[in-house]
Write a protein that binds this ligand. Sequence first.
Ligand code: ZN
Length: 147
Amino acid sequence: MTMPNYLPDLGPITAPQLPEHISFWENCAKRELRFQCCSECERWRHPPAPVCPHCGSAGATWKLAPPRAELFSYTVVHHAPTPALRGYVPYNIAIVAFTDLIDIRIVSNVLNILPQDLCIGMPLQLVWQDQGPGRVVPLFVREGAAA
Ligand SMILES: [Zn+2]
């Protein structure tokens, strides 16, 4: 099933990326949401970084995100920050937490929901949106809702 993009493609990422960021997006391209886990203190971290912010170790493995997520916080954008987004307001920007993983928050969007139906703590389900070559983005829907 092809899902229309939630927001328009604003073009390629032109800023330099850390190797850890490239690894994160390579995992997303495989539709695997993985976060770094420190090889020394075993704490998870996101966004990707070359060293652990807790113990300073450079060792890390990429572990699969837990299946249960929830809406930690959100905002609804009513005024488009760029002309390309004028036709998309209002849209939400969500901070998603994982029930079994207290160190991780990810910025994303909740699809197919009216702003007034968003509720902090609501269970969410991960979905993937293909936004062009090499860009597969982790997004969320209300648990049990079809993407
Ligand atoms: Zn560590």
